[in-house]
Write a protein that binds this ligand. Structure first.
Ligand code: ADP
Ligand code: MG
Length: 636
């Protein structure tokens, strides 16, 4: 709740609307106790006085009634009727929507056709017809407005309910034996409640206007009672000689509705969970970069053939007042035609590292707070957005984990490829199409010509991932970043995809950054491997050597987690405990709490990545299989 209010307050317009509305509500509440003249007492001798006249700060109307008093009492009536009508419409409409959406089938049909019947009439005409039947009067205007707004809620809420009624968590609730009523109240309602509140907050203003409209026509508030609409209606006749009689209630309606709408928009934004994490704005197309002083050197770390060199990369997520350090000073390099594996448990920062390279981390909340990314001699983090965009998909391409969610569901795969090609190459449509088919061929999709005309859902998971790879290859990139490209696939398809990537490397000389949590996969395709833990690289070196003699206890435990075929005695061993939270990383070694070799020195200070063998580095004070300086000293 506090977080919600804080978010709301950060939106200036919404806060302004909220304050104005609050003042108006307060004024409406205390109206009976204010020293006002009776709003209904006529005084023909003093009719049509202008504002600022003695005794009548806002003047009088055609019957000599005090406008200030009528305005305040009228606002009170308009607010009460508008809000009451909205609540009734929201309650009844949402109930219909939830029931129709949840039960579906005949119930849905029956309820929604009824709603359709309400919607078949122009909506203000329907309200007029209802009041005509019930007779003019404030209460009847309220009913009419509530009824004509029911379809609005019913349709909205039904749509949302249909969307979640068949989601897995509802099935799970059903499997746990919950009845329909329990599911509706404890699973569905909390999920649609924000939508109801948002719809409500954006319609209250309308309903107040509609009530005023009915009163303006003489169908709502009856004389002598005032509401803003009827005051406007009465003032209309003397617009020329006494404009203030109509202008003042008009102004009041304007301020009231505007404040409600501003607040409503703010509420909608603040309730959107995607906006909860940061400022009230959608993520920018490029990650925000806030680097301190640039680190010295060209960042190539002495690798002459370096294609990509990452130097001390740091990426944080700033959510409210908490800062999550997802990537804490990661450095690595990838040479031409090299495949570097990036391994680690889920949440260790692999994906964020990969996304940071091309500024693809959502910002807010993501911020790159330090480091350099060198690609062919340029610092990518210093490039302007246009420059980065030109590189994306051309020199560096991504393959993501879930091929279904990365392909556009409504566009044929061939057309998606054509689009990817033409984004960077000046080809005609037919030429691009030809290239697209040959790409599908290259990733071994049988019958590519026909497949190109199919939609993503018509392909199997393995084939979709091939399309994903074909798309990455579209512009002959120098580097492919593959983020767990085989995790969603079964082992046979995984083997095919790995073979495909391997073949592309030998044919095209492409470099690959291959992210995975599986050492089995790493051993098949990576030349070198970097092991990540809590946003840092804890060990890096040639794959064969690391698999043979892991130097970091974490690497050893990770390797032990992989079951080995034909060795039933060699039971895979889970690593006890959990990685540390990214907003509260411990001093010293982040793995210390889970390490069976931990000693006090591990927790004392920063632990550097030290070179142990020619090509290997490890972030441990007592690397496995290496006599440390301290123990050498003891043994002497
Ligand atoms: P993985 O190694 O499994 O790919 P990620 O790189 O996706 O892990 O995530 C690294 C850390 O960053 C995790 O602790 C995760 O909770 C955090 N993180 C990722 N995205 C966000 C986000 N949008 N907001 C806050 N934290 C995030
Ligand atoms: Mg990931």
């Amino acid at each position: 709740m506090m977080a919600f209010l804080r978010l709301l307050a950060r939106n200036r317009l919404a806060a302004f609307g909220g304050i104005v509305l609050l003042l108006l509500l307060l004024l409406a509440l205390i109206t009976p106790w204010l020293p006002l003249l009776d709003p209904d007492v006529t005084d023909p001798a003093n009719r049509l006085q202008t504002p600022f006249s003695a005794g009548h700060p806002l003047g009088t109307d055609a019957l000599g009634r005090d406008i200030l008093s009528r305005l305040l009492w009228g606002t009170r009536v308009s607010l009460a009727v508008g809000i009451a009508a909205s609540l009734v419409a929201a309650l009844v409409g949402s109930l219909i929507g939830i029931v129709a959406g949840y039960f579906g089938g005949r119930t849905d049909n029956l309820l929604m056709r009824g709603i359709d019947m309400l919607m078949a009439f122009p909506y203000i005409l329907l309200a007029l017809a209802i009041v005509a039947v019930l007779g003019p009067g404030l209460m009847n205007a309220l009913y009419a407005i509530a009824i004509v707004n029911i379809p609005f809620f019913a349709r909205n809420i039904r749509g949302v309910t249909v969307g979640i009624a068949h989601r897995e968590f509802i099935d799970a609730a059903r499997l746990s034996g919950k009845g329909n009523l329990r599911i509706l109240s404890s699973e569905i309602l909390p999920n649609v409640l924000p939508i109801i509140v948002v719809t409500l907050s954006t319609t209250v203003g309308w309903m107040i206007l509609e009530t005023a409209g009915l009163s303006f026509l003489g169908l709502g508030a009856q004389p002598p009672q005032a509401d803003l609409g009827s005051m406007l209606g009465e003032g209309r006749r003397m617009m020329i000689n006494a404009p203030h009689v109509a202008m003042l209630p008009g102004l009041a309606i304007f301020i009231l509705v505007m404040s409600i709408n501003l607040l409503g928009d703010g509420v909608r934004d603040a309730l959107d969970p995607r906006l909860k994490s940061g400022a009230l704005s959608r993520p920018a197309p490029i990650t925000r970069i806030r680097r301190g002083a640039a680190p010295p050197g060209d960042g190539r770390q002495g690798r002459a053939d370096g294609l990509l060199a990452v130097d001390d990369l740091r990426t944080d997520f700033e959510v409210g007042r908490t800062t999550y350090h997802a990537v804490n000073g990661v450095s690595f390099a990838i040479g031409a035609n090299e495949c570097l594996g990036l391994v680690g448990e889920s949440g260790s920062g692999k994906s964020v590292t990969a996304l940071s390279l091309m500024g693809l981390v959502a910002s807010p909340p993501g911020v790159i707070t330090g480091g350099r990314v060198w690609l062919g001699g340029r610092d990518l983090l210093a490039l302007p957005p246009r420059g980065i965009r030109r590189l994306r998909g051309r020199e560096v391409a991504y393959v993501f984990q879930d091929p279904l969610s990365t392909l556009h569901p409504l566009i044929r795969v061939g057309d998606q490829l054509v689009e990817a090609i033409r984004q960077h190459q000046p080809l005609s449509r037919p030429a691009a199409r030809e290239l697209a088919v040959s790409l599908l061929d290259r990733v071994r999709i049988p019958n590519a010509q026909r497949r190109a005309d199919q939609y993503p859902h018509e392909l199997s998971g393995g084939m979709r991932q091939r399309v994903g790879i074909a798309m990455a290859l579209a512009n002959d990139p120098e580097l492919i970043i593959a983020d767990e490209p085989t995790t969603a696939l079964d082992v046979t398809v995984q083997a095919q995809i790995l073979a495909l990537i391997q073949r592309l490397r030998t044919e095209k000389g492409t470099s690959v950054l291959f992210i995975t949590h599986d050492f089995g996969v790493v051993s098949q395709i990576c030349d070198r491997v970097a092991v990540m833990y809590a946003g840092r690289i804890v060990e890096i070196g040639p794959t064969a050597e690391i698999l043979e003699t892991p130097r970091h206890p974490y690497t050893r435990r990770l390797i032990d987690c992989v079951p080995r075929l034909g060795e039933p005695d060699n039971e895979p061993e889970a690593i006890p405990g959990l990685p540390p939270a990214a907003d509260a990383l411990p001093r010293g070694c982040a793995f210390a709490d889970r390490c069976d070799l931990v000693e006090p020195a591990c927790r004392q200070g920063e632990i550097e990545l030290i070179a142990t063998d020619a090509e290997r580095r490890v972030r441990c004070i007592k690397p496995l299989g290496i006599p440390t300086a301290a123990s050498q000293g003891e043994s002497r």
